[in-house]
Design a protein around this ligand. Sequence first.
Ligand SMILES: [Ca+2]
Length: 237
Amino acid sequence: MDTNRRRLLCSAATVAAGFWGLGLTGLLPAFAQGTGGEIFTNSIGMEFVPIPAGRFLMGSRSSDREARDFEKPQHEVTISRPFLLGRYEVTQAQWESVLGENPYSRDRSNPYYNLPGMAERITRPDHPATVSWNDAQEFIAALNAREGGAFYRLPTEAEWEYAARAGTTTAYSFGDDAADLDRHAWYGGDFNSGSSHPVGQKAPNPWGLYDIHGNAWEWVQDWFDPDYYARSPAAPQ
Ligand SMILES: [Ca+2]
């Protein structure tokens, strides 16, 4: 999958609606190894998909003119331990069940949040929670406290991209043909029909993860660093 296209798809939703979703939440590897390869459902009904250890090529091909420089060079990354990744983007209802408030009630500098009708649309229970990175950390801390251990964190960018590609090397996890996008992603042109959309309505990727392309963006644990790909470790911990 071409990461630049991945970002463009996601950014189409983001540019249109200003959404930084708290997307896929990772579970720590030690916890993942105890699940026997089954989908794990936690105390508030969040489902997590087991992701095997493995290796993949991270980043964009040097020949890809659409990719930005910070997505190159493409390099092999080893995911040394299995982990669990959220099957869906975290929903508004899940957020409220943990923190007792709607994330929309928080201060927002993004003007899209103040567009007419936006509040009603993006606070629907089955839509993705759209929050800041710091908000995401607060949610994860509260969820960990509730479940009695440090089980949850955001995935690293390497973990996210590895799971998003799901063993594929094509431009998208479903192949190279952008004409198939509508079956797999809410993006760009969907803004006027409702900005974000209920999670899990489009086809999942080969490993059973939904809304990898489109709908809300997902946060990762790492801070953005334009030089990251050029010097990232081959086996991040
Ligand atoms: Ca998404």
